[in-house]
Design a protein around this ligand. Structure first.
Ligand SMILES: NC(=O)c1ccc[n+]([C@@H]2O[C@H](COP(=O)([O-])OP(=O)(O)OC[C@H]3O[C@@H](n4cnc5c(N)ncnc54)[C@H](O)[C@@H]3O)[C@@H](O)[C@H]2O)c1
Length: 362
């Protein structure tokens, strides 16, 4: 790995401001610049960001998939130029997955790269997008088509920031946590599956840390995604296709929820590849639990996405996914709960069968 980031987790009991103990550690220079989710302009819960804003050191970014475009990156780059930011300086990016993707990508290409801090503020970003250095934007309707893999220098996690998240965004992060349990930590999954409803982030700090550790471990093993890191894409080829189709129809579909719907199909497919009845049952049980969580918290979105899905269109988008070539779709499959394999060829017939298996009651 070219650079192993410094990972700092602020203790839950801390009485300091959110992120402050990580940002203001003795002997470490604070970030010179900041790109932050506009949410914190309207809800100034992070004192350090508010005081940087008073000094005109913050670029406020509108979160959301529509912001993940070249125009937005260009605006960030122009702001850096006009502000006189230079290569010897550092920048903190504060936000959920969309703000981190835009901000860290811009910071990676500006003057060939600034010193970068990643400060995730959503559950999804805490366990996934804030870690790993893979940042990019959407292009021509295709998810994350342009980007870089360069590690942030420092990742500061402070789960107290998650208290203000909307239930839908908690669900979205919970889905990525689920993925991490299913692909790489069966104990995590066993603990998660006991929850009837989606818990508030304040109750699950230990589980959030465990889910983040799965991502850290896979990134360290394979920074450039030539092998094992690919399993983080479990449920993502289908999830990304659903997101692209939703964007085309001008519908909102949070990333984690799209991934949840994708995982349902991938779990049915994984079960169909096994001849061990116990493993099959485990996988179908996992699919049923995920489906129950999704319907409980996002019934309308799930129904509308499933009912409007056109499998031919989804398949065409899946073939364009950057993990594939235009002939084949290669997917991640579970061999058992907690263990996954990558680059497994998925046929259109299998996709259709497993889609109907997963979503038939809709
Ligand atoms: N780079 C990676 O490795 C990676 C990994 C997984 C996902 N992603 C990307 O992440 C994106 C999804 O991220 P997301 O779910 O965080 O979405 P997001 O960034 O759009 O945030 C979701 C919502 O939460 C709000 N928000 C942020 N912090 C908050 C807080 N503390 N309290 C209240 N509201 C808050 C945002 O303003 C937004 O409305 C997708 O674009 C996906 O492709 C990237």
């Amino acid at each position: 790995m070219n650079l192993k980031p410094l990972y700092i987790t602020v203790p839950f009991e801390s009485k300091d401001g959110i992120f402050q103990p990580g940002i203001e550690a003795p002997g470490r220079a604070k970030p010179d610049w900041c790109i932050a989710d506009k949410f914190f302009k309207e809800n100034p819960t992070i004192n350090w960001v508010s005081s940087a804003a008073e000094k005109k050191r913050v670029f406020w970014l509108q979160a959301g998939e529509q912001s993940k475009c070249l125009t937005q990156v260009e605006q960030v780059l122009k702001w850096l130029v006009k502000s006189g930011a230079h290569r010897g300086q550092s920048i903190a990016v504060v936000g959920g997955g969309t703000v981190l993707d835009i901000g860290l990508f811009a910071a990676s290409i500006y003057q060939r790269g600034l010193y970068k801090w990643s400060l995730p503020t959503t559950l999804l970003a805490s366990v996934d997008a804030g870690i790993g250095g893979k940042n990019g934007i959407n292009f021509m309707g295709l998810k994350n088509y342009i980007g870089t893999i360069t590690q942030p220098n420092i990742v500061v996690s402070d789960y107290r920031v998650l208290e203000t998240l909307k239930p839908l965004d908690v669900l979205s992060g919970w889905m990525e946590m689920t993925k991490h349990g299913l692909i790489g930590n069966s104990n995590l999954w066993l603990k998660m599956k006991r929850f009837e409803t989606i818990p508030k982030p304040g109750l699950i700090h230990k589980l959030i840390e465990e889910a983040a550790a799965v991502k850290q471990r896979l990134v360290e093993a394979d920074e450039q995604e030539s092998g094992p890191r690919k399993i983080l894409n479990f449920g993502h080829t289908i999830g990304h296709a659903l997101e692209s189709a939703a964007a085309e129809q001008k519908k909102e579909l949070p990333h984690g929820i799209a991934v949840g719907l994708g995982m349902l199909v991938s779990l049915h497919w994984s079960a169909s590849r096994s001849d061990n009845q116990i493993l099959q049952n485990d996988m179908i049980e996992a699919a049923e639990i995920i489906k129950r969580w999704l319907i409980l918290e996002a019934s309308n979105q799930i129904t509308s996405t499933v009912e409007s899905a056109n499998l031919n269109t989804l398949w065409a988008i899946m073939k364009m996914d950057k993990k594939n070539n235009t002939q084949h779709v290669r997917e991640v499959a579970l061999t058992e709960i907690g263990h996954a394999v990558w680059n497994q060829p998925l046929s259109f017939e299998e996709f259709k069968t497993c889609w109907f298996g997963a979503h038939s009651e809709h």
